[in-house]
Design a protein around this ligand. Structure first.
Ligand code: NI
Length: 171
């Protein structure tokens, strides 16, 4: 297992629609293990494969951030099959450093997926779990959470991030 580098906004893979996984082989198992380690180390409660430079439909979610193994989920080809409610909460992303903004998400989602053995599964998530699942599935569709903000707010954030990048570049 190894911690992988987390890509940040501006990297083209983050805006690409990720490919479905057709075979769960050693490479996918290693990717999943690395993603769990990378997510816990960050620390974050979710990670999507494109964030570690792999354009495949795999996400990891762990609202306990390593505290409770029962809360850790590895989801292959996840799909939202049902959702309800709406709640607006502050949200951030490991790929958009130092930004957190209110985003509206469902209060409940049902997600179908394959586990690492290829067994079809389904999980029902509420509140923070629902938010994490939606956020990570958005990544698989090439969508960062700031794409869900108003165009004005998004423009301001992009400007701020660019300024920060330019400043970091000068050092
Ligand atoms: Ni994210």
């Amino acid at each position: 297992m190894a911690v992988r580098k987390i890509l940040t906004i501006g990297h083209p893979i983050l805006t690409k629609v990720a490919e479905p996984i057709t075979e769960i082989d050693d490479e996918i198992r290693a990717l999943a293990a690395d993603m769990v380690e990378t997510m816990h180390k960050a620390p974050g409660l979710g990670l999507a494969a494109p964030q570690v430079d792999v354009s495949k439909r795999l996400i990891t979610v762990d609202p306990s951030i390593g505290e409770n193994p029962e809360e850790l989920l590895v989801l292959i080809n996840p799909e939202i099959t049902d959702q309800e409610g709406q709640v607006t909460c502050e949200e951030g992303c490991l790929s958009v450093p130092d930004v957190s903004e209110p985003v509206t998400r469902p209060t409940r989602v049902v997600v179908s997926f394959l586990d690492l053995k290829g067994v079809p599964c389904s999980v029902e998530g509420f509140d923070l779990m629902a938010r994490a699942l939606c956020h990570e599935i958005d990544h698989l569709n090439g969508k960062l959470f700031i794409e869900r903000l108003s165009p004005l707010k998004r423009a301001l954030i992009k400007k701020k991030l660019k300024k920060k990048r330019d400043k970091d570049g000068e050092r």
